[in-house]
Design a protein around this ligand. Sequence first.
Ligand code: TRP
Length: 362
Amino acid sequence: MKNVILTGDRPTGRLHVGHYVGSLKRRVELQNSGEFDDIYIMIADAQALTDNADNPEKIRQNIIEVALDYLSVGLDPEKTALFVQSQVTELCELSFYYMNLVTVSRLQRNPTVKAEIQMRDFQASIPVGFFTYPISQAADITAFKATAVPVGEDQLPMLEQTREIVRKFNDIYGETLIEPQVLLPGNQACLRLPGTDGKAKMSKSLGNCIYLADTEEEVQKKVMGMFTDPNHLRVEDPGKVEGNPVFTYLDAFCRDEQFAEFCPDYSCLAEMKEHYAKGGLGDVKVKKFLNNVLQSELAPIRGKRKQFEKDIPAVYDILKQGTKKAQETAAQTLHEVREAMKMNYFEDEALIQQHAKKYNNQ
Ligand code: TRP
């Protein structure tokens, strides 16, 4: 069996450092590990429309932004098919068949969908397409026979739903689809990076994100303005490390070797945390260190983005080529699905003969 990765993002805005530590960095490592036969990364524009039906322009404008973010972090179109979901129409047909295998009450129990419904204040006006997006996500994953899906923890319910659909499909129609495994980020701090304001999640509408495409000055300004421990008023005061986003970001980004370069008073993060907790270490010093750490990670990404920005038609061409490859794979799976579901009427000579016999007593 092939080792195949499929994952993706909704193009509702530029990608931020939360996406980077939560998934993008890992994708690049997986891409370069040589352990995978095929890698597909999808810009999920059709899924983005499930709660942005009135604003297709937003989606249209952000496809290129996400593509540039992908390329700038090191996803390589030679190794990874970068594609646009809506252009692979086979995914819709798969979703349509999978809908028969999922109950309404099962969809209602999906904790991520529940949380999103609350967040968007949909209540009684939930679009059907939005409500059923876990099914379309199962189509995305199974169309490519993905064995591994690297995503953040908020996507766990989608993977569970996919696995249920695969088991049910194979059970009814015979072994056809592959059950995917989820690949969560290794570092605990990366499971969910908080916003710069200390809120649980980075979100564009809250204005608490550091974007991969931010300039050096923008990053510095955001880091120096970050929320910390509100009770840590004077340098001498003991400070809280737990739940302090500055330290969560350091957990996610810093390597102990970076202390020698940027903050030689400490040899490792544990030592810095200890001093902060005891009292005597000011927020500004910690933030300056975090800024240096972030800048060293983001500078090469920014540089690469600038290069790709110079030839936008070439980036569209990368998406077009990736989409072509994705479409061919999805068409193959769809063919197998129709066959398993006995919907290959015109190709099935035995069926035609059986009916001929039935009516002609031959
Ligand atoms: N739901 C994902 C997100 O919100 C995007 C997505 C769509 C996806 N289809 C997928 C992720 C399939 C992994 C696998 O970002």
